[in-house]
Design a protein around this ligand. Structure first.
Ligand SMILES: [Zn+2]
Length: 237
């Protein structure tokens, strides 16, 4: 076996606390479009129109339709080997294991991950724009306050959910090992988490087919897709 894979397996096997940060690359192999690649969503759609409060206020129906479409894709595809490997990692962990995801598709949970922090929200739920009430049906107005229901995702110009991101930062500060998989590490503040982990003494492992902003900072760089590499490092393959 590749010596670096073996070393990473040892690290994961002995870590008291593991954090994982995932991004669009992990779901790409399930058929979920990425955002920033040349053929990604933001090459075809306008983030200003579809993923901002201004866009929602200008045309709520267009925004809701687009998210309903993405939700139907997310619920019709299956988790891949990368998702399943991370669920297995959590089950096998003797200490804590926190999965921080920028993905909104819920594929990690469907693969069996339990301790998941969705720092960018999710496509499954809608949230009242006024009072924060959350539900999974398609009601357009909040039953509590009559506010407009909107996708429970973080839009451009919006803050991340405070309690969720605080928990993610805590995991980054306290982990021994952080795996960063399938993310180009460009979208802040989530992209800052691996640097936080490193500053607080964690070993940072990058899993990505491409070089990223993080590549020079990571202690171990495993080039390949997460569906290929993650099963190897958690011993599932
Ligand atoms: Zn409300």
């Amino acid at each position: 076996m590749d010596a670096q894979i073996e070393r990473v397996r040892e690290l994961l096997g002995t870590a008291a606390s593991i954090a994982v940060l995932t991004g669009a690359g992990v779901s790409a192999e399930s058929g979920i479009a990425t955002f920033r690649d040349p053929d990604g969503l933001w090459a075809k759609f306008s983030p200003r129109e579809l993923a901002s409060m201004d866009g929602f206020l200008a045309n709520p129906e267009r925004v809701r339709d687009w998210y309903a479409h993405r939700k139907s894709i997310a619920t019709s595809v299956a988790p891949n080997a990368g998702h399943y490997a991370l669920a297995a990692l959590e089950r096998a962990a003797t200490g804590s294991c926190t999965l921080i995801t920028q993905n909104v598709d819920r594929l990690h949970q469907r693969a069996g991950s339990v301790n998941v922090l969705e720092v960018h929200g999710n496509l499954i739920e809608n949230r009242c724009n006024e009072c924060g009430h959350i539900r999974e049906d398609d009601l357009l107005t909040c039953p509590d306050c009559s506010g407009a229901m909107r996708p429970n995702v973080v839009w451009f110009g919006e803050e991340l959910p405070q309690d969720v991101f605080a928990a993610a930062e805590q995991a980054a500060m306290t982990c021994d090992v952080m795996i960063v998989a399938g993310t180009s590490a460009e979208v802040y503040p989530a992209a800052g988490l691996p640097y936080t982990a490193k500053r607080y003494g964690a070993v940072v492992i990058e899993v990505n087919p491409n070089r990223t902003e993080l590549t020079n900072e990571a202690h171990h760089v495993l080039h390949g897709t997460s569906a290929t590499i993650l099963p190897l490092i958690v011993g599932e393959a």
